[in-house]
Design a protein around this ligand. Sequence first.
Ligand code: GDP
Ligand code: MG
Length: 163
Amino acid sequence: MSNIVAIVGRPNVGKSTLYNRLTESRKAIVDDQSGVTRDRHYGVAEWIGKQFTVIDTGGYVAHSEDVFEAAIREQVIIAIEEATVILFMVDVTTGITDLDDSIADLLRRSKKPVLVIANKVDNNKLLDDIHQFYSFGLGEIYSISSMTGSGTGELLDEVVSHF
Ligand code: GDP
Ligand code: MG
């Protein structure tokens, strides 16, 4: 059984940027018709000799805030079912939104490991702003910049420790 790492979070936090960084080869494994599947991208990644599947969720097509939130909740529920490790990404430059809080509510019920990823920590000054994310009650916060790659090594060390 392959290990699966799912990246979840509201739009624009940087999920696809991290996904692209982790899966340079961009090998698509699945692409079929259903709406939920269309909104998920599967790729292969490797860290210290361990291969795993990464799922990027998002790219939602929704016509109202409610539909939008429902689509995100659905992705989170699937991640809780099928992922080995869930990466819950938030954005340090915007701070916590209501949607972040509602995703965190779902994830607290997961028995799978959930790692909170504070993205867009492009410089050390932004580290001062990550403490707010402890209020999710989901444990340690991993600070990264998907753009520069900073912090992703420590994150991946933690991810593969769950395999
Ligand atoms: P998604 O909707 O969660 O998949 O987010 P995207 O990966 O599409 O990124 C949304 C925006 O945030 C894009 O303009 C990215 O270039 C930007 N972004 C992603 N990661 C970082 C980061 O680490 N630092 C900064 N400053 N911007 C980022
Ligand atoms: Mg995306």
